[in-house]
Design a binder for this molecule. Structure first.
Ligand SMILES: Cc1ncc(C[n+]2csc(CCOP(=O)(O)OP(=O)(O)O)c2C)c(N)n1
Ligand code: SF4
Ligand SMILES: [Mg+2]
Length: 272
């Protein structure tokens, strides 16, 4: 069956009109279509946030699990272990990843779980109405908070590289020309591929000073390192390290998992 672009679409978005996350959705649809990935082989994983809702807006024919806040990495790891053939794509936010989910994010990278991990980074907790996130710029206010942000921001790409991630990229929701090829390269990567996407929140971000705004990106695009920032393929992936079965766990038969009587006797003899 020939797949068309329509087969990669999802439910209509309920996000604010103009939200950067909706542009990211379109770029994901385009990238998976161009890469020819069959949606029925994809698992869309997410946490909680406006960003995490993105997973509902592409590839309706894919598997999916909308987990709890900050736990996408753990649930995605489980999905990959249960079926290593799945193309796992995780959608998270800067709050979901850089605060409550930061431990899971680092351990996912440490284990080199084969998946595409997209962070839709807007510097705010959009869904809970505009509190500063851990990636918000220091000393920059936003439309919701009545004071400047007092804490230094976490750079998702730097954190991923420092944690040993072998595919780290940064893109901008408004630049599909760059982001679509980045996502396609991430699909082809055998381990964890982290893509930090600057994805402005039009409701709460401060559009004058924030580095996560359309105006800032327009004026400073060339000053912000974007593209594939780090790429190598030296480490074994989780699937290799754990010698995961090629078959999904649900398809394993008794013959696949039961030891032969010779193996069993040999094993029992070690305890005599
Ligand atoms: C355990 C838990 N703590 C807090 C919340 C409230 N909460 C929901 S979404 C969210 C932040 C989302 O921010 P982000 O991940 O940046 O996504 P955005 O909405 O900005 O896209 C928070 C704090 C929650 N749902 N669960
Ligand atoms: S609140 Fe912000 S992040 Fe959430 S949908 Fe609206 S513009 Fe997007
Ligand atoms: Mg956010």
């Amino acid at each position: 069956m020939t797949l068309t672009l329509k087969d990669y679409q999802g439910l209509p978005s309920t996000l604010c009109t103009g939200c950067g996350h909706d542009s990211v959705t379109q770029h994901i649809i385009q990238a998976f279509f161009e890469a020819g990935v069959d949606p029925s082989t994809v698992a869309k994983m997410s946490g909680i946030g406006c960003s995490s809702k993105t997973a509902a807006y592409f590839m309706s024919g894919a598997h999916g699990f909308n987990s709890i806040h900050g736990r996408m990495a753990a649930v995605a790891t489980g999905a990959k272990i249960a079926n290593r053939a799945l193309c796992v794509v995780g959608i998270s936010g800067d709050g979901d990843t850089a605060s409550i989910g930061i431990g899971g994010f680092i351990h996912l990278i440490r284990r080199n779980v084969p998946m595409i991990y997209i962070v839709e980074n807007n510097g705010v907790y959009g869904l809970t109405k505009g509190q500063f996130s851990a990636t918000a710029d220091i000393e920059v206010p936003n439309k919701k908070m009545d004071k400047h942000n007092e804490f230094a921001s976490i750079d998702i790409c730097k954190l991923a590289i420092d944690s040993g991630c072998e595919f780290v990229a940064r893109g901008f929701s408004g630049d599909g020309k760059q982001l679509v090829p980045i996502i396609k390269a991430a699909i082809a990567h055998p381990g964890t591929a982290v893509i930090d996407v600057i994805s402005p929140c039009i409701a709460y971000a401060n559009h004058e000073g924030s580095t996560k705004s359309y105006s800032y990106m327009k004026a400073h695009k060339l000053d912000i390192p974007t593209g594939i920032l780090h790429h190598e393929s030296k480490k074994p992936s989780l699937a290799d390290t754990l010698h995961l079965a090629e078959k999904p766990l649900r398809d394993l038969t008794r013959e696949d998992i039961a030891p032969s009587s010779a193996e069993f006797s040999n094993w029992v003899s070690r305890f005599r």
